[in-house]
Design a binder for this molecule. Sequence first.
Ligand code: ADP
Ligand code: MG
Length: 209
Amino acid sequence: MPIISILNPKGGSGKTTITTNLARSLHERGHKVLIVDSDPQGSARDWHAANEENPLPLVALDRANNVKSLPDVAAAYNFVMVDGAAKLEDMIAASIKITDFVFIPVTPSPYDLWAASDLVEFIKARQEVTDGKPAARFIISRAIAGTRLGDEIVTALAEQGLGVFGTHITQRQVYPQTASEGGTVFDSKNADALAEVNALTDEILAFID
Ligand code: ADP
Ligand code: MG
């Protein structure tokens, strides 16, 4: 039922990677999951088309107006995962209105965090008129393995006033490698990548409960 949107106007922050991996992770746990590609660039569509045996259904929504119909569609699924558009403000605004949760992938760079501040302000303004919906959190994406978040990142995160999940998605070859065949880390034997996607899934399920 819940609609989860993975949003960040910045390209390359890991939206599509995180959407597809989380969607598959939820599917592996027996949930019925729909992926919605709201980005006209169509990366999730390309990913889906690269694998005839993809176990997940995907629909493309290319107009902000169509996003409004998602709550009706969501009734037939346990989770709807919206892969966010880059730049397109009307698309992002439409998603924020219908979504239950927004997760914002950011690379561990203060510049990327600052670049997300307009989105964060937008979400906060929406929360004020809706009693807190959508609930939102950051996901640290493309982190360097074995390193902790620098103090400047922790400060920049705190300034944004949204929480952050403790699990980070690390920069790993297995993400683009599996994506190129229309897959996810669940099609690999990379135990570290599987562990982080599963840990993030656990955190998200606890958060939205
Ligand atoms: P977005 O959807 O925000 O534009 P993508 O998920 O498409 O971001 O990621 C941009 C590029 O970076 C893609 O080539 C993708 O394969 C790569 N990438 C994303 N996340 C990771 C990661 N954790 N490790 C390695 N490469 C990544
Ligand atoms: Mg994308």
